[in-house]
Design a protein around this ligand. Structure first.
Ligand code: HXC
Length: 259
């Protein structure tokens, strides 16, 4: 498939998506968000792909937010009818394969909300995260007020949403917003290596694990524990559980069937 605003390539069992509007700091135009939704769905349906990495082209930005030039003159009804990217974000949330956001440079507004909607974030030491919407006369609209608050707690999330200030990769790491921080020059290699490791596991089993960690943000502890127990039992109905445990006992490498 040919895309106008993203680049896609496969590296072994990893699908790499590069946000590619560098002149606009990879800001999220409707076309870009639609293309990301399409590309993730294509990788999700491709049995040779086990994990997806999303990054930004150029050194300067992962994504500097939703496209301000596109939004500037919109009316309430325009935004309401367009549903402001919510269908595309929903499609990305429905992808069963793990998605890593490899964040280089600015990760702001809708771009930050997009990174937080991925399964986890690996950050370059140059990454900067923030929700500057308030400086534009608007507010986060794709999860910012909710996901920051869950990650950082109320006080710091409130301060950041109200001031529009950015935090460094180091603070994001200290507060658990990102999984790890790596030197910028190593970010993509590290993300691809991490993704390859994830992709070396059974796909349906990885999908269950991802579902459960994400469920921790949407359910009570009791509900989450119940769901985990049921899905844990369900892994014993798969071929791959038999293969994995047999391979361990026989000191062999498992050959997953993804069944
Ligand atoms: C459109 C953008 C953009 C954006 C940058 N550009 N961010 N275009 N939408 N979000 C464009 C600039 O207009 C400029 O184009 C070029 O990219 C380079 O940016 P500069 O500002 O010249 O770079 P610099 O001075 O280094 O500053 C970098 C920056 C700044 C601090 C990241 O660009 C900035 O503050 N960007 C906006 C960040 C923001 O407010 N994001 C939230 C958007 S609202 P030209 O043509 O001049 O070269 C949002 C809502 C989410 O995300 C909810 C959606 C439903």
């Amino acid at each position: 498939t040919n895309y106008a605003t993203i680049l896609t390539e496969t590296r072994g069992a990893v699908g790499l998506i590069t946000l590619n509007r560098p002149k606009a700091l990879n800001s999220l135009s409707p076309e870009l968000v639609a293309e990301v939704a399409k590309a993730t769905a294509v990788y999700d349906a491709d049995p040779s792909i086990g994990c997806i990495v999303i990054t930004g082209s150029g050194q300067k930005a992962f994504a500097a937010g939703a496209d301000i030039k596109f939004m500037a003159d919109k009316s309430y009804m325009d935004m309401h009818k367009q549903r402001a990217y919510s269908a595309e974000f929903g499609a990305i949330a429905n992808v069963s394969k793990p998605i890593i956001a490899a964040v280089n440079g600015f990760c702001l507004g809708g771009g930050c909300e997009f990174a937080m909607a991925c399964d986890f974030i690996l950050a370059a030491d140059t990454a900067k995260f923030g929700q500057p919407e308030i400086t534009l006369g608007t507010i986060p609209g794709l999860g910012g007020t909710q996901r920051w608050t869950r990650a950082l707690g109320k006080s710091r999330a409130m301060e950041l949403v109200l001031t529009g200030e950015m935090i460094t990769a180091q603070e994001a790491l200290a507060r658990g917003l990102v999984a790890r921080v790596v030197p910028a020059a190593e970010l993509l290699d590290d993300a691809l290596k991490t993704a390859a490791k994830i992709a070396s596991h059974s796909q349906p089993i990885a999908a269950l694990a991802k579902t459960l960690v994400n469920a921790a943000f949407e359910s009570s502890l009791a509900e989450g524990l119940r769901l985990e127990r049921m899905l844990f039992y369900s892994t014993f109905s798969t071929k791959d559980q038999k293969i994995g445990m047999k391979a361990f006992i026989e000191k062999q490498k498992p050959e997953w069937t993804n069944e």
